[in-house]
Design a protein around this ligand. Structure first.
Ligand code: PXP
Length: 247
């Protein structure tokens, strides 16, 4: 099987930064570390309320990255203008408002098919690989193919929630839906990605789906980075404190 690309989402580095209103931790520095560690791309979600990633972060990421930037955004005129200005390698359209989402949390493509088709066209013409974030629902996948988007990203959140809460039969049923959705999307000529909520415990069955080309993972990785990075960070602070008081 082809190697599966890993897109690392650095949004929650910015969440921690913004909790203090400081310049650190810097999501761009995190993105460069992710690249050096083997990330195949960097994903950042510029939300309408700017609760984590800022416009300046997107500008700095666009200048600094050596790997592709995948800009997640709502399908609004403001976001379209930003995407056309920065021309990221990829744009992933995600729902932010309740009326834009399906019950499973992906974009309700069926309800806004024509509007999405009109939204996707200029982004495609500008050279962006446009992706729609959709639930593992065949009708949504088929509608996504009709919009002209080149990619669908299948929402893995329902599967991950069921798996982490020990609802095993439900997790298996969600996995089966993801497999069917990936197969259908691939048959329609779409490139197939997946993401949301993936962890060490839930990634393997998703990574084994042959039609998938890319996973986008953020929250768990940033949390794990805190856990795995806390000990060396404390040791370095200890060293500097001790060095300052050395005779
Ligand atoms: N893919 C999409 C489209 C997303 O919106 C997100 C969350 O921003 C992710 C993947 C990553 O999800 P998580 O942070 O739960 O790993």
């Amino acid at each position: 099987m082809d190697r599966l690309r890993l897109g690392v989402n650095i949004d929650h580095v910015a969440t921690v930064r913004n909790a203090r209103g400081t310049a650190f931790p810097d999501p761009v520095r995190a993105a460069l570390i992710a690249e050096a560690a083997g990330a195949d791309g960097i994903t950042a979600h510029l939300r309408e309320d700017r609760r984590h990633i800022s416009d300046a972060d997107i500008a700095r990421l666009s200048e600094s990255l050596t790997r592709p930037l995948n800009l997640e955004m709502a399908a609004t005129p403001e976001m379209q203008a930003i995407a056309l200005r920065h021309r990221p390698h990829a744009v992933c359209l995600v729902p932010e408002r309740r009326e834009e989402r399906t019950t499973e949390g992906g974009l309700d493509v069926l309800a806004q098919e024509d509007a999405l088709a009109r939204f996707v066209a200029p982004l495609r013409e500008a050279g962006a690989r446009v992706s729609l974030f959709v639930a593992a629902d065949l009708r949504q996948i088929e509608a996504a193919a009709r919009t002209g988007a080149a990619v669908v990203e299948i929402h893995t959140g329902a599967y991950c929630d069921a798996a982490h809460e020990g609802r095993e039969a439900e997790a298996e049923a969600e996995l089966a839906r993801i497999r069917d959705a990936a197969a259908r999307a691939h048959a329609l000529g779409l490139e197939v990605h997946a993401g949301h909520g993936l962890t060490y415990d839930t990634v393997a069955p998703v990574a084994a789906i042959p039609e998938l080309r890319e996973l986008n993972i953020g929250h768990f990785l940033i949390g794990e980075a805190i856990m795995q990075g806390l000990a060396p960070a404390i040791a370095e602070m200890r060293r500097r404190m001790d060095a300052a008081r050395a005779p």
